[in-house]
Design a protein around this ligand. Structure first.
Ligand code: ZN
Length: 282
């Protein structure tokens, strides 16, 4: 199943269009997309038998599948090749940071580049939590995931590295720095949800291409690790890490520039599109 956030309303997306959940359920489920994750098992049971009329929709109105998560987890250096290019080396324990939730957006956006910054791209698989979890076993990890979407962990490197130790969360939380979407795909839709191709390109030139099978810590391992410390809440989102090919790892280094378009994709899900603009007066 695919669910989406269509102009702030929760919808089920099929090949034929969008089903408005509040109307199709007679008000049993609310219109807003965020509350559904607290009732995910009940919702998916209803959705499997839902009858409603699909209506054509304007994809430009798609928003973030989980637009106001209480917790956003980011995982640093969770692909071996990216750990190598970053100069940090492959970690024993991939680092965890947050993207403050105000940076989360939908899939198709215009992003203002912080003046004087070095803004970089990081395509990532994003997992959305559908069941509260505390000390979850790895074997039960997928059972706590409502679904997957594509994500961009946009990162302004000067701010990120401005302190010791680095302040990852600050550099990764400028407005618009957390595009997600274009919708949420439930894990059962994938032949193997642990091995999906993902990549990114700028103005049509490929920058990143890998597979989530190369993750150092897989989605269920991340659910187990994170919930070993923090109680996972419905609607929380996990940016699982990025593979090699970011601007910081290139020689010479390369940053996003005004006018450029970044396209990011995850196999079996879809793509994000970001257009970058200069800050006024910069
Ligand atoms: Zn990242």
């Amino acid at each position: 199943m695919r669910i989406g956030n269509l102009d702030g309303r929760l919808v089920i997306l099929t090949g034929a269009g969008a089903i408005d959940v509040e109307r199709a359920s007679g008000g049993r489920f609310g219109a807003g997309p965020q509350a559904v994750y607290a009732r995910w098992a009940e919702f998916t049971a209803w959705a499997a038998t839902a009858e409603g009329s699909e209506e054509p929709y304007d994809a430009a109105l798609l928003g973030a599948p989980s637009p106001a998560p209480r917790q956003v987890f980011g995982i640093g250096l969770n692909y071996r090749d990216h750990a190598d290019e970053s100069g940090f080396g492959v970690p024993d324990y991939p680092s965890v940071f947050t993207k403050f939730p105000s940076c989360i957006t939908g899939p198709y956006t215009e992003v203002t580049l912080p003046p004087g910054g070095h803004t970089d791209w990081e395509v990532e698989l994003v997992a959305v939590i559908g069941a509260e979890g505390w000390h979850v076993r790895e074997a039960d990890g997928w059972g706590h995931v409502a679904g997957l979407c594509a994500g961009q962990d946009l990162s302004e490197r000067i701010t990120q590295m401005a302190s010791k130790p680095p302040q990852f969360s600050m550099g990764k939380s400028f407005p618009g720095f957390g595009p997600t979407g274009p919708w949420l795909v439930t894990p059962d839709e994938f032949e193997n949800p642990d091995d999906l191709e993902l990549g990114s390109s700028i103005n049509g030139v490929q920058m990143q291409k890998s597979r989530t099978g190369n993750l150092i810590l897989s989605v269920p391992q991340l659910v187990a690790r994170l919930s070993g410390a923090v109680r996972l809440l419905p609607g929380d989102i996990i940016f699982t890490g990025t593979p090699a090919g970011v601007g910081q790892g290139r020689s010479p280094q390369r940053w996003l520039a005004p006018g450029e378009e970044l396209v990011s994709y995850v196999e079996g899900i879809g793509e994000l599109r970001q257009r970058f603009t200069a800050a006024p007066g910069s």
